[in-house]
Ligand binder design. Structure first.
Ligand code: NAD
Ligand code: WQD
Length: 336
């Protein structure tokens, strides 16, 4: 019996592979490497000292998926595979809907035909939209998404809820991530974007000299220092949340939603300062116009995950900054 990790070579997927292997699970990984490479999986093997099978496969390829299910006796899926760049999704909505939603539909059909009906899905805090007050709680009505990427998350959540209503054998956990940052403390795996769209990768690319200066998107928000406030969570804490989610999904049926965040809001300037202090590096920045679609505050109420899963985030902002920097300085060009 094995857990299938789709998109397992990616940033969150690779860290989750480490935690699952350390917890004694057997895993099988698939990825089409559109935003990753197999080297990340070789490093997972190095960190854990454990072996597993991985396949180059696209979630839109029903035949390829079916073969993986048949060869590996898959009992549950953790579904990370998807495109995730907010800005790009506005330029290429069709690609995002086809890949994320189309791919998920194909995978769900293959799961069903192989009688595998347990899934943990990577959703996002973006589904709370701009209308809900912080901290976001799972019981809130989902909001209006502002970009096709966010809409794919909302639709996939709805699809999983609908299939579960129609067939009570399904067991679904929807994990709403806040802002994952950091890297494994070995410095061997981490986030390796070719262009950094998110704040922490941008800061670390400035630190390593690949970018000159950070642009801070607006300082006129209604927050203590005027910059956007987010709930940054260490990727290793997030990965451990998936081990808890797998334990939860296995013996049950139905749908459950969990926020995976720390519950602490940190502003852009606070994160810049924390990175500077933790690593003794100056990060030059300039204030520019706000970015379209951004909101002032986004942070979680993480109590449900603690009460029900027995999970809470443990790593500090300092550790997030130190571990990001260790990864970035040891691998200035990512896995290349
Ligand atoms: P990532 O891009 O590093 O990982 C996604 C992986 O999926 C990549 O390895 C990519 O090659 C693979 N992939 C994409 N389309 C595929 C397809 N059609 N078939 C097979 N593989 C495919 O991103 P990540 O940050 O690790 O995110 C993982 C998941 O978590 C994504 O679904 C993302 O939307 C979600 N998420 C991420 C964040 C974040 O800030 N990183 C926040 C909330 C939710
Ligand atoms: C954080 C803060 C920016 C870059 C995104 C997605 C969300 C989820 C997580 C996937 C904001 C500011 C950023 C920069 C800046 N992803 N910023 N300069 O926007 O909270 O969330 O990633 O599901 O769906 O929307 O994360 O890291 O881009 O921004 O000032 O160069 O940093 O304005 O206040 P965000 P982020």
């Amino acid at each position: 019996m094995s857990i299938l990790i789709t998109g397992g070579a990616g940033y969150i997927g690779s860290h989750t592979c480490v935690e699952l292997l350390d917890a004694g699970y057997e895993i099988t990984v698939l990825d089409n490497y559109c935003n990753s490479c197999p080297e990340a999986l070789e490093r997972v093997k190095k960190i854990t000292g454990k072996d597993f099978k991985y396949y180059e496969c696209d979630i839109r390829d029903a035949e390829g998926l079916d073969k993986i299910f048949k060869e590996n006796n898959i009992e549950a899926v953790i579904h990370f595979a998807g495109l995730k760049a907010v800005g790009e999704s506005c330029q290429k909505p069709l690609e995002y809907y086809a890949n994320n939603i189309g791919g998920t539909l194909t995978m769900l059909e293959v799961m069903r035909s192989n009688n595998c009906k347990k899934i943990v899905f990577s959703s996002s805090a973006t589904v709370y939209g701009a209308e809900n007050p912080v901290p976001f709680v799972e019981t809130m009505k989902t909001g209006t998404t502002t970009n096709p990427y966010g809409t794919t998350k909302l639709y996939i959540e709805t699809i999983l809820q609908d299939i579960s209503k129609a067939d009570d054998q399904w067991s679904v956990v929807l994990l709403r991530y806040f802002n994952p940052v950091g890297a494994h403390e070995s410095g061997l795996i981490g986030e390796a974007p070719s262009f950094p769209n998110n704040l922490m990768p941008y800061i670390s690319q400035v630190a390593v000299g690949k970018r000159e200066c950070l642009s801070v998107y607006g300082d006129c928000y209604d927050t203590p220092d005027g910059t956007g406030v987010r709930d940054y969570i260490h990727v290793v804490d997030l990965a451990k949340g998936h081990v808890k989610a797998i334990e939860y999904v296995m013996p049950r049926t139905g749908v459950e939603i969990f926020n995976l965040g720390t519950g602490n809001g940190v502003s852009v300037l606070e994160l810049v300062k924390a990175f500077e202090d933790a690593n003794n590096i100056k990060i030059p920045y300039k204030i520019v116009e706000p970015r379209a679609g951004d909101i002032a505050y986004c942070y979680s109420n993480p109590e449900k995950a603690y009460k029900v899963l027995g999970w809470k985030a443990e790593k500090s902002v300092k550790e997030m900054c130190e571990d990001t920097w260790r990864w970035q300085k040891n691998n200035p060009d990512g896995y290349n």
